[in-house]
Design a protein around this ligand. Structure first.
Ligand code: PLP
Length: 430
């Protein structure tokens, strides 16, 4: 029975799965199987011809993923989702689903470093050009478009700058020109709904807040079902021209009986089939456990981050705190437009004393973990100048928002008094 609720707290626990047929199991079972027996030759033929949707082989679909996918799609307000092996696979597939060699896409410069590398190097080697533009100027996206531009790409809350992306503005420009905006919403699940603001698809590194337990790498892409791919026929050859690798199927036509899911179906049956970044069923199960408490955790993450930001703002050794709750003017307006119920739990601050102070601070932490990750239930810290950004020149570090004394925090769900006490004692040792 489908669950009718608009509340993420309810959907996180109930959407996409009720009980397992046959066993009546309430928890989503781990379907650790490679393949699925067909009921008949006709059934097999229908599945392969996409006349019916059903399980064929776990590189392409799996019932444990299916529960995860449906749950995330419901929470996001999308029509369908695809689970993949990592956030990197999710962003790679988001681009490859629309671009062929010779095409281009326009992307915000403010990206996770792994995504930057992927776009600037690996995707470029495939003959697809990433055109990087400054997200503080939404019109820069329009100016970078030509006939071969297939999508806009951005992160909702990119660190280290933590300036919220103008989703509604860029999505609107895209809709005028027939270009979908795809948003990496990894840092802002539940508090931001990019599809409601006009994005065509949303992707996550589920490794972060969605799982939350720091045990599992995974990714997911959600199709908003709100973009008319067929109306812009020439713009999207991968969806509107016969697909030689699937008996000449035209995806926007072939999936009509199934709903507005051409984008996500093609990603599943072509990209996942051919490139194979399949999520393990066990990892899907782990991510489902995480999603159940995601709305609850996000609330605590966000509350703790606001308290931490205020504590750091008032600390004499801290010269600057970067958190949307403390921003003013246009950046605060963007955060208030995009977010409901918090400003995210990523936070940056700058220490008087530069790199050496940053190093001493990290060494002194007791509760915080020193790791290259975000979105864990535990509080995490890193000093980008000596880790994630150490390969960049000092000028490029500064351009990307990292000064030598910059520390990045991912605020966890511990009691805020303990988070602040740890920061306080570490600051004393700087
Ligand atoms: N997108 C963002 C915003 C991230 O922070 C990360 C990882 O740090 C990724 C994508 C890549 O995700 P994964 O590590 O699951 O491949």
């Amino acid at each position: 029975m489908p669950i009718h609720s608009k509340h993420p707290e309810t959907l996180a626990v109930h959407a996409g799965f009720r009980t397992a047929p046959g066993t009546h199991s309430v928890a989503v079972p781990i379907h650790q199987t490679t393949s699925y027996q067909f009921e008949s030759t006709e059934h097999a033929a229908n599945l392969f011809a996409l006349k019916e949707l059903g399980n064929i082989y776990t590189r392409i679909m799996n019932p444990t993923w299916d529960a995860f996918e449906q749950r995330v799609a419901a929470m996001e307000g999308g029509v369908a989702a695809l689970a993949v092996a990592s956030g990197q696979a999710a962003s790679t597939y988001s681009v490859l689903n629309l671009c062929e060699a010779g095409d281009n896409f326009v992307t915000s410069t403010d990206l996770y470093g792994g995504t930057w590398n992927l776009f600037a190097n690996t995707i470029r080697q495939m003959g697809i050009e990433a055109r990087f533009v400054d997200p503080t100027d939404p019109e820069a996206f329009r100016r970078a478009v030509d006939d071969r531009t297939r999508l806009f790409y951005a992160e909702t809350l990119p660190n280290p700058k933590l300036q919220v992306f103008p989703i509604a503005e860029v999505a609107a420009i895209g809709r005028e020109l027939g270009i979908p905006l795809i948003v990496d919403n990894t840092a802002a699940p539940v508090i931001c709904k990019p599809l409601e603001m006009g994005a065509a698809a949303v992707m996550y590194s589920a490794t972060k807040y969605m799982g939350g337990h720091g045990t599992t790498i995974g990714g997911v892409v959600v199709d908003g079902g709100n973009f008319d791919w067929a109306a812009w026929g020439d713009r999207f050859p991968t969806l509107n021209k016969p697909d030689q690798s699937y008996h000449g199927a035209v995806w926007t036509e072939a999936v009509k009986p199934l709903g507005p899911i051409a984008f996500i179906i093609r990603m599943r049956v072509i990209l996942l089939r051919d490139l194979g970044a399949a999520l393990s069923p066990f990892n899907a199960f782990q991510l489902i456990q995480g999603v159940e408490t995601l709305p609850l955790r996000m609330r605590q993450h966000c509350e703790n981050a606001i308290l931490t930001a205020r504590f750091l703002r008032d600390h004499p050794k801290v010269t600057r705190v970067i958190h949307p709750s403390l921003m003013e003017g246009e950046m605060r307006r963007r955060a208030d437009t995009a977010f409901r119920g918090g400003y995210g739990a990523l936070l940056g601050f700058e220490l008087e004393g530069g790199a050496e102070a940053g190093r001493r601070f990290i060494e002194a932490l007791e509760l915080f973990y020193h790791v290259a990750n975000i979105g864990d239930a535990r509080s995490l810290a890193i000093h980008p100048a000596t880790t994630t950004h150490s390969q960049l020149s000092p000028e490029d570090q500064l351009a990307s928002g990292v000064s030598p004394g910059y520390v990045r925090l991912s605020i966890g769900i511990e009691h805020p008094d303990d988070i602040i006490a740890d920061l306080s004692q570490a600051l004393e040792k700087v």
